[in-house]
Design a protein around this ligand. Structure first.
Ligand SMILES: NC(=O)c1ccc[n+]([C@@H]2O[C@H](COP(=O)([O-])OP(=O)(O)OC[C@H]3O[C@@H](n4cnc5c(N)ncnc54)[C@H](OP(=O)(O)O)[C@@H]3O)[C@@H](O)[C@H]2O)c1
Length: 348
C-alpha cells in the first residue's frame, strides 16, 4: 500500500458537484496529487468537467471510475446517503478512499465502510478538511499545553442560511437533508477533539448529550439544532448547527485562566490560502495574544496532501481523522439526532 516517496497520487473524482469542484481545485494546487478521471451520472457532465479541469479520463457511471486502472484513490462527493455504497465499492476494488463528511448516514454505515477498507487493506479518511489544517494542530497544542488553564467549556457553531429548496440536498430527507448531518458533524468533531486534547487523548466521547432542533414543518428535517455535551472532568460543550439560520461559525475554548477565540475554525486560512487568527484573552476578556496561521496552501490541497502523507507512511488511516474518531463522531451524531427525533430510512 505505501506510495513511493515523491510520487503523485492519481485521483478519481466521483461526482461533478460543488464540493468535488473545490476538491479538484485543491488537487491541482497540491504537492502530491494529480487528477486522473471524473465520473458523473451523465457522461456529458463528466466530459465537460474533465475538459474544465484538464482531466484525462471521464465516465458516465461511478463504478466505471472505480474500475478505471489509472485511478489510485477515489474521492467521493455524492449526497450522504450514497457515501457508503461508493466508499465500499471503491475499497473492494482496492482503491484508497477519501469520502466526504459525514462518512455515512449513521454509525452502522460507518462501521461497514471501515470494515470494507480494513478487509481490502486500503487507506480511508472522512474528509474533514479543517482537521488537516495547521491551525487545528496549533489549537490542539494550545489546549494540551493549558495555554488558558484547564479546559472547562467550549462553544462551537457551524450554521448557514441556505435556500429554502425542499428538493435540494439540504432540506430533502431522502437525500440526507438536515443540519446535524450536514454541518453538525463539524462542531461535534471539534468538541471531541478538544475534550480529548485536554485529557491527553486523541479524542474523547461525551458522557452525556441533550439536544433540541427546529424540525421544519414542510421539510421534515432539522433546519437548525443545538446540543449540550458533557465530557469527563466536567468539560461542557455548547454546539449549534443549521442549514436555515446563519450563525457566527466560530469556536471558543474557555479555560480556568482565559479563553481562545477561533475566528475561522472550519475553513482555516481560507479555501485559497491566507491568514487565520486565534485570539487569546484573559478572564477579563482582554486580548493577550493573537496567534496567526498564514499559509499559501489551498485548504483542499492540504487535505489531498494529508492523504498522501499517510500513504507514504503505509498507514491505513490518517491521524487527522482516524477510523475510531470517525466511528465515535457518527455515534454522537446518531445520539443528537435521536434526541431531536430526526430519523432516516437508513437508520432502520
Ligand atoms: N468538506 C466540505 O467542505 C464539504 C462542503 C460541501 C459539501 N460537502 C459534502 O459533500 C457532499 C456533496 O455535497 P455538494 O455540496 O457537493 O452537493 P452537490 O453540488 O449537489 O453535488 C452532489 C453530487 O452528487 C451526485 N448525485 C448522485 N446521486 C444524486 C441524487 N440522487 N441527487 C442529487 N445528486 C446526486 C451529483 O453528481 P453527478 O450528477 O455529477 O453525478 C451531484 O453533482 C455531501 O455529503 C456534503 O456533506 C463537504
Amino acid at each position: 500500500m505505501p506510495a513511493a516517496e515523491n510520487s503523485k497520487i492519481s485521483w478519481g473524482i466521483i461526482t461533478a458537484g460543488k464540493i468535488a469542484r473545490k476538491f479538484c481545485n485543491g488537487v491541482l494546487r497540491s504537492r502530491t496529487g494529480a487528477l486522473a478521471a471524473v465520473a458523473a451520472r451523465d457522461i456529458e457532465r463528466a466530459r465537460a468537467f474533465a475538459t474544465e479541469f484538464d482531466i484525462p479520463g471521464f465516465h458516465g457511471s461511478y463504478q466505471a471510475l472505480i474500475d478505471d486502472p489509472s485511478v489510485q484513490a477515489v474521492y467521493i462527493g455524492t449526497p450522504h446517503p450514497m457515501h457508503a455504497r461508493w466508499a465500499i465499492a471503491a475499497a473492494k476494488a482496492g482503491k484508497h478512499v477519501l469520502c466526504e463528511k459525514p462518512i455515512g448516514m449513521n454509525r452502522a454505515e460507518a462501521e461497514q465502510i471501515v470494515a470494507a477498507a480494513g478487509e481490502a487493506g486500503v487507506f480511508l479518511m472522512e474528509a474533514f478538511m479543517y482537521r488537516c489544517h495547521p491551525q487545528t494542530a496549533r489549537l490542539v497544542e494550545l489546549v494540551r499545553s493549558r495555554r488558558v488553564g484547564e479546559l472547562r467549556a467550549l462553544r462551537a457553531t457551524f450554521s448557514y442560511k441556505g435556500t429554502h429548496d425542499l428538493n435540494g440536498l439540504k432540506l430533502n430527507r431522502k437525500l440526507g437533508g438536515g443540519g446535524i448531518l450536514d454541518v453538525g458533524c463539524y462542531p461535534v468533531s471539534m468538541a471531541r477533539l478538544l475534550a480529548g486534547a485536554a485529557l491527553g487523548r486523541d479524542f474523547e466521547q461525551p458522557l452525556e448529550l441533550s439536544g433540541m432542533a427546529r424540525i421544519g414543518a414542510q421539510s421534515g428535517v432539522d433546519e437548525y439544532a443545538t446540543a449540550l455535551l458533557k465530557f469527563e472532568d466536567d468539560v461542557l460543550a455548547q454546539l449549534a448547527c443549521g442549514v436555515q439560520l446563519a450563525m457566527d461559525n466560530t469556536v471558543t475554548v474557555f479555560g480556568t485562566q482565559g479563553r481562545i477565540e477561533v475566528l475561522s475554525p472550519w475553513f482555516g486560512s481560507g479555501i485559497e490560502g491566507g491568514t487565520a487568527s486565534m485570539l487569546i484573552k484573559n478572564t477579563a476578556g482582554e486580548l493577550e495574544e493573537e496567534i496567526v496561521t498564514a499559509t499559501d496552501d489551498w485548504l483542499y490541497a492540504i487535505e489531498a496532501d494529508t492523504v498522501t502523507a499517510s500513504l507514504e507512511r503505509g498507514r491505513a488511516h490518517s491521524p487527522a481523522m482516524s477510523w475510531d474518531d470517525t466511528l465515535g463522531n457518527m455515534e454522537v451524531l446518531d445520539h443528537w439526532r435521536r434526541c431531536v427525533g430526526m430519523h432516516y430510512s437508513s437508520d432502520t
